[in-house]
Ligand binder design. Structure first.
Ligand SMILES: [Fe+2]
Ligand SMILES: [Fe+2]
Length: 394
């Protein structure tokens, strides 16, 4: 299976004053599962692959190894983890992720971590080595803080009392504000007390002439109109107003697992796709000397691309099968629609504009718009074909 890995790049402005060029890497949603908790041949493991939305769980240990050795070689100034570090909040996985973060820190690379919705008190934490899944030791909020506080929280110039949110300086004129969007008081949103704290630290940054880049697990802006509920912050309007009013120009998010960027006023929200789905990438944010501009692009891990693409195609096929089965069309036409649908899913998740690979896929696209545009997947696919899901010019 061959596919061209295409670039993804965006750029924008920042309101810093001065300072050297900085390079930040963003690794989103690795959903790492410790090798001690699964067996590839076990029924328990195989059955979760059927419901895992395209993640290449079994190869994430190697993918993380590749990421780590690349980071140790290329030495970005910081590596940011916007949550869902673990598959489903398994303690063993979190401890192994902590070790990886420690390696980076020991090499002088700053590491910044916030939790995702799968990291804390997740009821799906499982051991997948037998015929049936068994409960694994879960990460509680206290355990998460104990192991991850070294990566952001402990170095903060201010911490929030209501959540695991913090603000750390990266340079004299540049700060990163990590929001915890997974509190029990306000899951999927930012608690009121945290927002008040954020207003204060943002006002302080403004007064001191420092730019602030924010990071959160959930999306601040709508990234895909088919994936809004549960993905975009519950209290997005309120949060957006606070950030926008305080001159925040860049937010980094994850959670939705697809690559995208949206802009409202002068604020861009870039969501970095899951490192566990094709094309197994991470974001590279370069802040130019002077801190007035940023440039974001994606890099891809080189191993396991074929396996990741196969997993993505199988997942899309499963998503589409009911819709396709209900259409009164020939088997050959169904094959064309399946092919177009799979290619669209791959492009949407990678953040690439969709181009049909051949005549079959082109015919499949036409069938989606002529025969299935009133179905959920028809609407999704047609909107992607028409590039309506793509970002405005940023
Ligand atoms: Fe995730
Ligand atoms: Fe998530």
């Amino acid at each position: 299976m061959q596919i061209e890995l295409r670039p993804y790049e965006r750029h924008g402005s920042l309101n810093g004053r001065a300072g050297n060029r900085l390079v930040l890497w963003i690794l989103a949603d690795p959903h790492y599962l410790s090798p001690s908790l699964f067996d590839r041949q076990a029924d328990a493991f195989r059955s979760i692959l059927a419901v895992n939305s395209g993640k290449l769980i079994e190869h994430m240990p190697e993918v993380m190894e590749e990421f780590l050795s690349r980071a140790l070689r290329e030495r970005p100034d910081a590596v940011l983890f916007p949550g869902d570090l673990t598959l489903n909040g398994e303690l063993t996985g979190l401890l192994e992720m902590e070790q990886m973060c420690s390696h980076l820190e020991a090499a002088g690379i700053r590491v910044l971590v916030i939790p995702g919705n799968h990291d804390i008190d997740c009821r799906y934490a499982s051991v997948l080595t037998g015929d049936v899944s068994k409960p694994a030791e879960r990460v509680t909020r206290d355990v998460f803080i104990t192991h991850m506080r070294r990566f952001g929280y402990d170095n903060a110039i201010s911490r929030d009392d209501h959540s695991f949110s913090w603000i750390v300086p990266l340079a004299d004129d540049l700060r990163i504000l990590g929001f915890d969007t997974n509190t029990t008081a306000c899951p999927g949103g930012i608690p009121e007390g945290t927002l008040t704290w954020a207003e204060n630290v943002l006002a302080q940054a403004n007064a001191e002439g420092a730019a602030v880049i924010t990071m959160m697990h959930h999306n601040l802006l709508v990234q895909n109109r088919f994936m809004e509920t549960g993905f975009v912050l519950k209290n997005r309007a309120e949060v957006f107003n606070v950030l926008d009013n305080h001159g925040v120009m860049l937010n980094l998010s994850g959670h939705i697992h697809l690559q995208h960027g949206s802009r409202e006023n002068s604020l861009t929200d870039i969501t970095t796709a899951s490192a566990a789905v094709f094309p197994l990438g991470y974001g590279v944010l370069e802040i130019a000397e002077g801190h007035r501009e940023w440039n974001y692009h994606r890099e891809y891990m080189t191993q396991f691309q074929d396996a990741a693409l196969r997993r993505m195609n199988e997942t899309c096929e499963r998503f589409l099968q009911d819709t396709l089965a209900q259409l009164d069309i020939s088997e050959a036409d169904r094959t064309c629609m399946r092919k177009a649908g799979q290619e669209v899913c791959v492009a949407v998740f990678a953040g690439w504009a969709y181009r049909p690979s051949d005549e079959e896929a082109e015919w499949g696209c036409r069938l989606w718009s002529e025969r299935a545009s009133d179905t959920f997947w028809g609407k999704y696919i047609v909107s992607a074909i028409e590039q309506k899901h793509m970002e405005e010019t940023i």
